[in-house]
Ligand binder design. Structure first.
Ligand code: ASP
Length: 325
């Protein structure tokens, strides 16, 4: 894993001692509890600043290159908004078919090109391991915005920040993950991250979309309590965080198999009656049909607040890797 700091040449004013200066963000495995406290603190300050002044010049003169080989609305726009709120600029490539990728350029060559123009690179790519490959090619920090069924570390960080902001703690929580746990990269990253805390994890999924055993093995090795279920009714009443995911249609070869599974679980106001009064419902979004719109007005529905937190966390991460946090 490429974690040593890059960027040996610091412009005046950058903080050499900043813990994440010049580093890649590829996996949540890179983060400790102390790192999370630091990121939560900076993200919180970013929120306060955005609410007070909207935009400020912390990253003025810095350029982010954002390249997305897979569709995205939230992750892509929140990285762009994060950079612009900090006074930086963005090279945004989300139509790779119009870039040299369409001419057959390799990923390392594309990354080497982008880093000539930019100070930091954000990448989303359908292949597992692609972000690590990009980071190996780059001398500038690379941030993984989703590598196929692998990880989505910035989503897990914003998920953890949301839990912390909403419930005021990360320990002694029961977190129930529901839906497509096989292909959903957000739950892979989140369960790894939660293994830093004293949490209980419930995994609720259809049999063929179970959490991969290699992911379950990691929290297990740390002595974490985990349980698998096929139905939500048993774990729901003890749940503090219900993390709902969509069935990942784009990872299915057989459309009929997707159709059979896409409505396996639907969270409705009726289902929510069995949940605690003080708990939250999260979703990395986009939703398809797994949470009914009628749940949106329930104060426990935290998914839109969670989405907003994405920008604050990404502001914190950009400032951190550019030595300004
Ligand atoms: N937006 C999230 C991701 O990119 C969740 C999803 O697509 O279902 O993984």
């Amino acid at each position: 894993m490429p974690s040593p700091a890059k960027n040996p040449h610091l412009p005046f004013g950058d903080q050499r001692s900043a813990p994440w200066y010049g580093k890649d963000i590829i996996s949540v495995k890179q983060f400790s509890r102390t790192d999370l406290e630091y990121i939560f603190g900076v993200a919180h300050e970013m929120r306060v600043m955005v609410e007070r002044v909207g935009t400020f010049d912390l990253l003025k003169g810095k350029i982010l290159a954002s390249i997305f080989y897979e569709p995205s609305t939230r992750t892509s726009s929140s990285f762009i908004a994060a950079m612009e709120r900090l006074g930086g600029n963005v090279i945004n490539i989300n139509e790779v078919r119009y870039s040299s990728v369409a001419k057959g350029e390799s990923l390392p060559d594309t990354i080497r090109t982008l880093e000539c123009d930019a100070d930091v690179i954000v990448i989303r790519h359908p292949e597992l391991g692609s972000a690590a490959k990009a980071a190996e090619a780059a001398h500038k920090p690379v941030i993984n915005a989703g590598d196929g069924v692998g990880e989505h570390p910035t989503q897990a960080l914003l998920d953890a920040f949301t839990i912390h902001e909403e419930l005021g703690r990360m320990d002694d929580l029961t977190v129930t993950m529901l839906g497509d746990l096989k292909y959903g990269r957000t739950v892979h990253s989140l369960s790894r991250l939660l293994s830093l805390y004293n949490a209980k994890l419930n995994y609720v999924s259809p049999d063929i979309l179970r959490m991969p055993s290699e992911i379950i093995a990691e929290p297990e090795a740390k002595g974490m309590r985990q349980a698998e279920h096929r139905a939500l009714d048993k774990p729901l009443p003890e749940t503090d965080v219900l993390y709902v995911t969509r069935v990942q249609r784009e990872r299915f070869e057989d459309p009929a198999a997707y159709e059979k599974l896409k409505s396996a679980y639907i969270i409705s106001p009726e289902v929510m009656k069995a949940a605690k009064h003080k708990m939250i419902v999260m979703h990395p979004l986009p939703r398809v049909n797994e949470i009914s719109y009628a749940v949106d007005t329930d104060p426990r529905a935290a998914y839109f607040r969670q989405m907003r937190n994405g920008m604050y966390v990404r502001m914190a991460l950009l400032a951190a890797v550019l030595g300004k946090a």
